[in-house]
Design a protein around this ligand. Sequence first.
Ligand SMILES: NC(=O)c1ccc[n+]([C@@H]2O[C@H](COP(=O)([O-])OP(=O)(O)OC[C@H]3O[C@@H](n4cnc5c(N)ncnc54)[C@H](OP(=O)(O)O)[C@@H]3O)[C@@H](O)[C@H]2O)c1
Length: 255
Amino acid sequence: MANYLITGASRGLGLSLATLLAREAESQVGLVFITSRNTDTPKVADLVEKTSGRVVPVQLDANDPKSLAAAVELVADRVQGKGLDVLVNNAGVQTWTRGKVENLSPIDLTNSFHTNVTLTHLVTSAFLPLLRQGKRKVIANISSTVGSIALGTTFEHHPAPAYKISKAGMNMLTVNYSLDYRSEGFSVFAISPGWLRTDLGGAGADLPVETGAKEVLRYLKAAGPQLNGRFLNIHVPGWENAPASNRYDGKDAPW
Ligand SMILES: NC(=O)c1ccc[n+]([C@@H]2O[C@H](COP(=O)([O-])OP(=O)(O)OC[C@H]3O[C@@H](n4cnc5c(N)ncnc54)[C@H](OP(=O)(O)O)[C@@H]3O)[C@@H](O)[C@H]2O)c1
């Protein structure tokens, strides 16, 4: 049985993924740690109650070294030497810019980079010792095809340069981790979960959040060295030949 930790799981994709994981057989999935800056929310309380303690809320503000250390200690205490098997770096933020990129506010750019890249790095490095103890050694970074440099023209009219730049940065962070830890048996990959109806994706998005969560879960279950260093796209039947910005063909996304 594998222990999972998902960041930014108070809502959206992270919460949906935790809900699906908690429905898996206990022989497959052990504890599911869900982190958020604020875990005291009705949605988190509801999931914890329905899953009889299998989903464990962890207050984590990765900006605060004490909060990060306390989160690692709590998880270490609960897994009792078995370590953490799968880390899902899901917490993320998207901001909008009016007009051309010259209007991109430095504050937006810095904040987006900090949340989407720096916090992903801080969380990953803090949990590495527990991941080393785990059997699976999987790190999934929830990225986006809008951060693909190769698809820059495809998403030309998506007015979120801070998000695009930071997800491109997250992709390179993923490559760095995948190279540095492959000899230890780690599988570190980036995955684009599709355009999903969440607070971040908006009500007009292509897919219900559960569709993206099921696909991410499918990759998490299959993950091993074969996924190390890759940028994955989900597969949704019927969307294989959609325009490139909405294509979910299960093939690797271009960097
Ligand atoms: N939805 C889409 O269409 C889509 C498409 C491609 C990729 N993604 C990626 O999927 C991931 C989840 O997105 P979502 O759609 O589920 O978004 P969401 O519903 O807005 O949820 C975002 C989560 O990230 C957390 N978060 C945001 N800023 C944070 C910070 N500074 N520190 C810690 N936690 C922070 C939020 O926590 P709080 O509740 O504390 O704010 C929340 O739990 C993101 O990485 C996003 O980029 C989403």
